[in-house]
Design a protein around this ligand. Structure first.
Ligand code: 2AL
Length: 248
């Protein structure tokens, strides 16, 4: 089985850490490939970043489909392009926010999300509502560390403090990490905080693997059927679905 874990931002060192987190939990027979898109923002921490990360993600889904990939993880907590990716893919596509929130809902009455910058909290709240997870999501807290500074060794104690504060403020039973760049901290934080800490990269990878193992694929009827043939122009010409890209 081949699963591609797509980092919607273009920072290769972050993709490497994401790939490692996914490989650490995948079954021996599962080939996990971390993917950095060829276009997009260096990190995603605004609606603008998120919108402009989607073409790079969709290009990788299209490439994966041509290469026979079985399933995909979209490894950014805003789950950018998830619905469109599902239209393109035959197999399952999971976002890390979606997978992490569902996993955390099995572990206690409620969870807290700890994200990067406070401006990303609104998107996390919207996703919790959209996934029917708002009754489990008791609070969303920012550690105010930008995505590309998460690799700084000083970040981990700030994140641990944010997790402890979140548990107390929300009276929650688990933490959901609000950024793929926090995946490598999951094990350490679990020991440090004393409650389950859910990393969406691991949760989504294992959910995709489980669905494929069960023989389940994306439903091809209705809303998530392949998008209709259409001509796209300008910078988006290569995204045309009418087979006429060369003439744009
Ligand atoms: C993220 C994430 O997971 N990747 C990224 O670039 N930004 N999320 C976040 N809350 O900042």
């Amino acid at each position: 089985m081949r699963i591609r874990v797509i980092n919607p931002n273009t920072t290769a060192s972050m993709t490497a850490a994401i790939e490692e987190a996914a490989r650490a939990v995948a079954a021996p027979g599962t080939l996990v490939e971390g993917i950095t898109p060829t276009m997009g923002p260096a990190s995603i921490e605004s609606h603008y970043d998120e919108a402009l990360s989607v073409p790079g993600v969709l290009a990788e889904i299209a490439r994966g489909e041509a290469e026979g990939v079985d399933g995909y993880v979209i490894a950014c907590f805003g789950d950018p392009g998830l619905d469109a990716a599902r239209e393109l893919a035959r197999g399952p596509v999971l976002g890390i926010a979606e997978a992490a929130m569902h996993s955390a809902s099995h572990l206690g009455r409620g969870f807290s999300v700890v994200t990067t910058l406070s401006r990303t909290a609104g998107r996390a709240a919207d996703l919790a509502e959209r996934y029917g997870m708002d009754r489990f999501c008791l609070g969303i807290h920012a550690c105010e560390i930008p995505v590309l500074e998460l690799e700084d060794p000083k970040a981990r104690t700030v994140i641990a403090d944010a997790c402890r504060d979140a548990i107390h403020a929300d009276n929650s039973d688990a933490i959901v990490l609000g950024c793929a760049g926090m995946a490598d901290l999951c094990e350490w934080l679990t020991e440090e905080i004393g409650v389950p800490v859910v990393d969406g990269v691991a949760a989504a990878t294992l959910t995709v693997q489980s669905l494929i193992t069960m023989g389940l694929r994306k439903s091809g009827r209705g809303e998530f059927a392949a998008p209709p043939p259409k001509h796209y122009t300008g910078l988006l010409a290569e995204f045309s679905t009418d087979g006429q890209e060369a003439h744009s």
